[in-house]
Design a protein around this ligand. Sequence first.
Ligand SMILES: [Zn+2]
Length: 237
Amino acid sequence: MPKPSHTLLKSARQLYRWVFPALIERDAQTASILQHIYPTIDWQKVRFYKGLPWFITGSFVGAIVLPATWGRRGIHVYFRNYRPDSLSNLMTTIHEGFHVLQYRDLGAGVGFLRGFMLYYLSEYLQLFFRNIKKNSRYTANRIAYEKHPMEVPAFAYEAAFTQYAIAQKGIIHTDTIPTEFIRHTCDYKPKINLLYLLMGTFITFIFMLLKPFAELCFLLIAAPIYLLGKLLAIIRL
Ligand SMILES: [Zn+2]
């Protein structure tokens, strides 16, 4: 039977990692491809994490790009799994890289309140509510994702790059990548009804305020569990 101290320390660490996923290093090939195809992005400022954020762990999402909770420009990319040696992982990273480009183009903000977040959520709501009358909730959600004006170009770019990578038999040399794959801007022009824009802005604003508070609460739960575990470990329990 594991010692109580061991169980407590493990639980505290798991809770901490659930709230704050671990930072990961980009592998050299992925880093050089991203730098080459999205040359206007300062990739040093984009962080990669292993594990999804706590508020979407139960979703179908495999990777997601979100703003840093603290700061105006920081961008974080979260992966459910990160496998640097896999081609599909590279394509996912390239897709998420396109969203990073959108983040940069749509401007800085405060924490979660960024241009990308407002537009992404507003476009999603607009598509969802326009399709919910004639479809099930599941289908309306699927349409809102698949026809989303910020997802369509990201998927198109990913598909074109995948074809190129397959033609190269998975061996990509950055200096031979055709110039058509080099993207300086995302070229997104929002066309959103004011009502949905207000809804998207309001929800993002509330989330921006609540997220740090929720994370502080998780920390206040994890810290005493961790300290108790350490205390028990000292007395060898
Ligand atoms: Zn996407």
